[in-house]
Design a protein around this ligand. Sequence first.
Ligand SMILES: [Zn+2]
Length: 114
Amino acid sequence: MPSSSSASLTFQIEYPTCNCGKPSPMRKSKTKENLGRRFLGCGNYEKGKKNCDYFYWIDPDPKEKQMEDKIETLKSEKRDLHLKCQEHVDMLQELVNENMKLKKKLTVKVGEKS
Ligand SMILES: [Zn+2]
């Protein structure tokens, strides 16, 4: 009975295979739209051989990322505005209270004169 327990636990980079059965190494995009974006493509792609349509992005779409960042910015702006709005409501309430006090004083003074 062979008992090689940890012998097979070596680190291996496992590339998925493309439709040609070739290992598909990770590459970086060189196009302007996706510069530096990592992807998996056909293993035969850069050798000028026939290649299959295997293609898979590893990194998320930079445009999507930008949209997500924008959404986050808008969300925090909304929070700030909500806080400011609440401050204004408080201020308005204070002004209404002050106005009521002044009105009371005025009616008392008017009452004194007559
Ligand atoms: Zn292929």
